[in-house]
Design a protein around this ligand. Structure first.
Ligand SMILES: Cc1cc2nc3c(=O)[nH]c(=O)nc-3n(C[C@H](O)[C@H](O)[C@H](O)COP(=O)(O)OP(=O)(O)OC[C@H]3O[C@@H](n4cnc5c(N)ncnc54)[C@H](O)[C@@H]3O)c2cc1C
Length: 478
């Protein structure tokens, strides 16, 4: 089939509104959020039904055309963009965006994969429930993308990653068949848990078109604390105090380095530090309880008083209203945007056992500063999950490219520390195209063989998202 014929038949399948083939109009779909890659696509498909997706996938598979599934395109590892061949098709899920059903007794919602995470939260709130997946890109990222990357975020400490909230899936397989696994069962031990293969598969095994997700009860009381702490060790001790005194109320425990907070305050309009003086380390602690008449405020104040007395906290505020809550959360939520504004940066989304977080931050900063004097370490992240974004912003005045040309070296140096501490080189962002070399280096032998065997069994022709997760030759048409 010629390219023109493929385009013509795809247009028939998805309708005139469902295809973009003019190069300038594809711009927003072929470059990733971090601008790591600018690929070229044969076309962008935007179908609005599972059936149309299935037909398009079958057509592409039969013609040997590779497909790159894309949700909100917020991948931090360049997972959702095509290669440079102009032969791959970007399959955008953003028009498949209906909330199909909400069940307040089952506490579930059934969603099209293209529903924006924030829209899912809002839909749950309308019926008095909570969809607890939450992260800074929630206003753009989709349910399908969040599941395909097994996204974590701020509330993982309490509710788990995206896969922990998933009950059922609908998936278009690489040969165009539809697997309807949209079950809303809490228990279903019927053979292999296929849904867990597709969660975290980064679009390499199937196209997620729908999902049944768990909801949780709305909190009856909430408290948000922002604390200045003298060291990362003190932050860890504070975490243990909260965990030991009321584990069930902890909803988020986020670490922020002083420099990371400075960057938000300096670059993001309307954000300010709630203390008179800056500190080198902060934590943001979110507590929530579904119990009636809970005494969360007392709990928070008692723990803070003990920690102040022990010297583990130097200053603290507790949000008094919704506006203050939002203002404090912005110090955390605007981290990625602020670092992008300050200049070129190297990101490390790594995890270690929670007890080793202070070692990770200290040793990681030491090795990178030794390699690149003047570099600015701006670690922040989900301390309660042992997941720190150990990021580095270029030295002041240095050219972006001069810094980025050494990013591989800096990431390797951090990964060596992570390996020594028994951690993972990718905690929640996945592998994408960015980390395929590291993947091959870390996950060798039986583990990688098994993953490849699964890929070959489900997608023998290598149609879906080639060049992501595994180190394979990327290609357009086969
Ligand atoms: C500012 C910012 C903050 C972030 N914070 C977090 C965070 O705290 N925690 C976290 O885990 N991540 C975070 N991320 C990363 C990213 O937002 C998440 O990985 C998100 O889940 C991706 O969703 P998306 O819809 O944008 O997917 P995309 O970026 O479009 O795609 C991501 C991957 O999933 C595949 N894919 C997308 N949709 C489908 C589908 N329907 N079926 C099959 N495959 C699909 C793509 O091919 C790609 O491999 C952040 C990103 C940004 C920009």
């Amino acid at each position: 089939m010629s390219e023109a014929e493929i385009l013509h038949r795809l247009a028939e399948v998805v309708g005139p509104r469902g295809i973009i083939d003019a190069v300038p109009d594809m711009d927003g779909y072929v470059a990733d959020w971090r601008n790591l890659n600018r690929g070229r696509a044969l076309c962008v498909l935007r179908p609005d039904s599972t059936q149309a997706i299935a037909a398009a996938v079958k057509l592409c598979a039969d013609a040997g055309v590779a497909i790159v599934p894309q949700g909100g395109n917020t991948s931090m590892v360049d997972g959702a963009t095509p290669d440079a061949s102009a032969g791959q098709v970007v399959l955008s899920l953003t028009r498949l965006n209906r909330v199909r059903a909400i069940d307040e007794i089952d506490m579930t919602m059934t969603l099209d994969a293209g529903v924006i995470v924030k829209a899912a939260q809002d839909a749950a709130a309308e019926v008095g429930c909570v969809f607890p997946l939450s992260f800074s890109a929630e206003g753009t990222a989709t349910i399908g993308g969040a599941l395909s990357t097994n996204a974590g975020g701020n509330n993982t400490i309490r509710y788990g990653n995206a896969r922990d909230l998933m009950l059922g899936l609908e998936v278009v397989l690489p040969d165009g068949r539809i697997w309807n696994g949209l079950r809303s069962l809490r228990k279903d031990n019927t053979g292999y848990a296929l849904k867990h293969l597709f969660a975290g598969a980064e679009g390499t095994l199937g196209v997620i078109t729908g999902a049944v997700m768990k909801l949780v009860q709305q909190a009856r009381s909430e408290e948000l604390l922002f604390c200045a702490v003298p060291s990362v060790d003190a932050a860890l001790r504070l975490y243990r105090r909260f965990r030991s005194q009321d584990e069930s109320s902890l909803r988020a425990f986020e670490y922020l380095s002083g420099l990371a907070v400075d960057m938000v305050v300096q670059t993001i309009e309307g954000v300010s530090l709630p203390f008179p003086a800056r500190a080198d380390h902060y934590v943001l602690i979110d507590l929530a309880s579904t119990r009636t008449n809970d005494t969360l405020r007392d709990l928070a104040e008692n723990i803070l008083a003990e920690a102040l007395e022990a010297g583990d906290v130097s200053d603290a505020v507790i949000a008094e209203n919704l506006a203050q809550r939002r203002a404090l959360w912005r110090l955390r939520e605007e981290q990625s945007e602020a670092q992008k504004r300050v200049g070129a940066n190297v990101k490390n989304d790594v995890s270690v056992p929670v007890s080793r977080v202070p070692d990770l931050i200290r040793l990681g900063a030491e090795v990178v500063t030794r390699l690149f004097p003047g570099v600015r370490a701006v670690p922040f992240g989900h301390m309660g999950d042992g997941n720190i974004h150990l990021n580095f912003v270029k030295p002041e005045g240095l050219d972006d490219q001069a810094f980025l040309s050494r990013s591989g070296e800096l990431m390797e140096a951090v990964n060596a520390v992570v390996r020594d501490l028994g951690g993972s080189f990718s905690a929640e962002h996945g592998i994408g195209r960015l980390k395929v070399d590291t993947m091959a280096d870390w996950r060798e032998g039986a583990e990688l063989d098994l993953m490849r065997a699964i890929k070959t069994a489900i997608d023998p022709r290598g149609v879906l998202n080639p060049g992501k997760i595994f180190k394979t030759e990327t290609r357009g048409r086969q």
